[in-house]
Design a protein around this ligand. Structure first.
Ligand SMILES: O=P(O)(O)OC[C@H]1O[C@H](OP(=O)(O)OP(=O)(O)O)[C@H](O)[C@@H]1O
Ligand SMILES: Nc1nc2[nH]cnc2c(=O)[nH]1
Length: 183
């Protein structure tokens, strides 16, 4: 999608070049941490938001991976409560496995904390969270920090690079925000 087609009043927060740099650095960090893993690492992409992030990060990983996904969302037409609703659970066995979870954004922490609890209950040996962007810790509703963060961002509603604004704009190749007074 052309970056010219953004909603009125939206502001650019992270451009495509800065995102590419952040993804390359994240991949370098993950390659350094996981290149000695004895078995293939399970990489779980959190749908929908992380699909673009995962699609760009996974090809940069240089250790054996088993790719799977889960679909959990806090806001959809059937659920306005903000509680996490699971649509699809991972299909690979997590028991005894090293797991990397890829999510697009860490905000209140509810999504990542619930996924961590799920992976641990399923018997994962190690669970590592990698997020493309993270809002400040003061935004958390539950205590959670990611192990690897692409870019810290301020507390704005952001979209693009997989993240939606009213269901749209996930295909923007950069990250934009809506100033609070417009949101
Ligand atoms: O840290 P939190 O406050 O829990 O928010 C983070 C989650 O919010 C978004 O998902 P959302 O539930 O909006 O669904 P989506 O991935 O389909 O956009 C995003 O993709 C993260 O998974
Ligand atoms: N699109 C989008 N989804 C989110 N989920 C939690 N925070 C955000 C945000 O700032 N933007």
């Amino acid at each position: 999608m052309s970056a010219d087609v953004v909603p009125e009043k939206a502001m650019l927060l992270v451009d495509q070049a800065a995102l590419e740099c952040a993804l390359t650095r994240l991949a370098d960090e993950l390659n350094a941490s996981f290149n000695h893993a004895a078995d293939a690492v399970v990489v779980l992409t959190v749908m929908n938001g992380a699909m673009v992030f995962a699609g760009q990060l996974i090809p940069k990983l240089q250790f054996p991976v088993i790719c799977d996904y889960l679909h959990a969302t806090r806001y959809d037409s059937a659920n306005k409560t903000g509680e996490l609703s699971w649509k699809v659970r991972p299909s690979v066995q997590l028991f005894g496995r090293t797991v990397i979870v890829l999510d697009d954004i860490l905000d209140q922490g509810v999504t990542c904390a619930a996924i961590k609890a799920f992976c641990e209950a399923a018997g994962a040996a190690q669970v590592t969270f990698v997020v493309m962007v993270a809002k400040p810790s003061g935004c958390r509703r539950v205590s959670f920090e990611a192990d690897f963060v692409g870019l810290p961002i301020p507390d704005h509603f952001v979209f693009g690079m997989g993240m939606d604004y009213s269901g749209l704009y996930r295909n923007l190749p950069a990250i934009y925000f809506m100033p609070k007074e417009e949101f």
